[in-house]
Design a protein. Structure first.
Lengths: 201, 195
């Protein structure tokens, strides 16, 4: 087994690969059980993914309470749609797609997004996302103040590592639009962070 | 020019920083209890809806059983017009997995035989009805059979659609109901004639 790996592959990398394979296999077992209406298996999936799903919802909505509602709704929808999950992508990616749809759907249905933008200056920095590092804290706050289109693309692409193709597919926009929105987000973030630095100076 | 280079460098640093942000953020409260409550309720509702389908299927079985019993009475020799015992009543079975009736279940062969028998009798007995009554029965049967065809076509596209399956059962029940009514009316008329 190890002979097939590249020469510079260390033991720790082999262990990580093995662990990931175990995790993926275990996750697939949980998915199959959950597809048979086993809610305890679904709870395992929830425990494994809630952090990333909630993090995504939080950064997309910029509101902890709204993010909780979205994350909860995403898991409920995932449960109801589990029979449609065929394993073509990782379960986590599929779950993220469900969560993004929930967030976008809720934003379309309500005026909360507009309210959020208007109220953003009154909202305290999102405590759960704030890193200890001051620069990261500033970045979190700057992301939170981006217009929704640019923010969604930036979060999916820059924070969660999805390609422009995947990001566009999740958000229902063209790949080129995703690239344009990322460029816009970067520009706006630079402006915000620079002005923040100037104010402090 | 220098500014552009600085901006580009700053943007690149920004992207590198973004990758350092933790993708995983835990909510302040555990969302699982609410999720579990909802999915458990929805699972129960799903099962309940499925039970309703089977209850309707059972109703059709009883309906056909009753109709067949009536047919038996009507068609059998008048000197032996006793009610058949339960054991003699045709047993109608729903069979699993056939494309004829959604993906979940289909009408069994006994049901199909009974339905075919009633339909044959209906054609014979229609001739005995008044022109108005005959026209009304024929129109109703045509409407129902068109509906059955439409629903079956829809089921070929959505074989797992429970609502369509329920609708099909209801429509078959309507068809049987009309056939039974004609059967009953004409059977009673024949028996009165015998007296």
């Amino acid at each position: 087994m190890q002979a097939a790996l590249p020469a510079n592959t260390g033991t720790s990398e082999v262990v990580v690969v093995a662990l990931e394979a175990d995790t993926a296999a275990a996750e697939l077992r949980w998915v199959r059980k959950a597809q048979e209406a086993d809610s305890s298996a679904f709870e395992k999936l929830y425990r494994a993914h809630i952090g990333r799903v909630y993090g995504l919802c939080l950064r997309m909505t910029g509101n902890p309470s709204e993010a909780e509602d979205c994350a909860q709704e995403a898991f409920i929808q995932a449960w109801n749609k589990l029979d449609k999950f065929r394993g073509d992508s990782a379960f986590g990616t599929w779950l993220h797609r469900v969560a993004v749809n929930v967030v976008l759907g809720r934003m379309r249905k309500s005026k909360r997004e507009q309210d959020r933008i208007r109220a953003v200056s009154d909202v305290a920095p999102v405590r759960q996302t704030v890193a200890d590092d001051g620069e990261l804290r500033d970045l979190e706050q700057a992301i939170n103040e981006l217009p929704s289109g640019a923010r969604h693309v930036f979060v999916l692409n820059a924070v969660y590592g999805y390609s422009h193709g995947e990001t566009g597919s999740m958000l229902g926009i063209a790949e080129g639009t995703s690239k344009a929105q990322l460029s816009r987000a970067r520009r706006l973030l630079v402006q915000q962070l620079e002005s923040g630095h100037d104010e402090r100076d | 020019m220098m500014n552009e280079i600085d901006d580009k460098k700053f943007e690149d640093e920004l992207m590198a920083q973004a990758q350092k942000l933790s993708a995983s953020v835990m909510p302040e409260r555990d969302l699982w209890p609410d999720i579990e409550r909802t999915i458990t309720a929805s699972t129960k509702r799903g099962r309940s809806a499925w039970n309703t389908v089977w209850a309707q299927a059972a109703a059709v079985i009883l309906l056909v059983g009753g109709s067949s019993g009536l047919t038996y009475l009507t068609m059998s020799d008048s000197e032996d017009a006793t009610v058949p015992g339960i054991a003699e009543t045709p047993v109608l079975v729903f069979e699993q997995a056939s494309a004829d009736f959604g993906s979940q279940y289909t009408l069994g062969p006994d049901y199909q035989d009974a339905r075919h028998g009633l339909a044959t009798q209906l054609d014979e007995r229609l001739a005995s009805l008044s022109p108005e009554a005959r026209a009304e029965v024929v129109a109703n049967m045509e409407t129902i059979r068109e509906a059955i065809d439409d629903i079956n076509r829809a089921l070929t596209e959505e074989p797992d659609n429970v609502l369509l399956q329920e609708l099909l059962i209801d429509t078959y029940r309507d068809e049987l109901s009309i056939m039974m009514q004609v059967d009953e009316i004409m059977g009673a008329a024949m028996r009165r004639g015998d007296i």
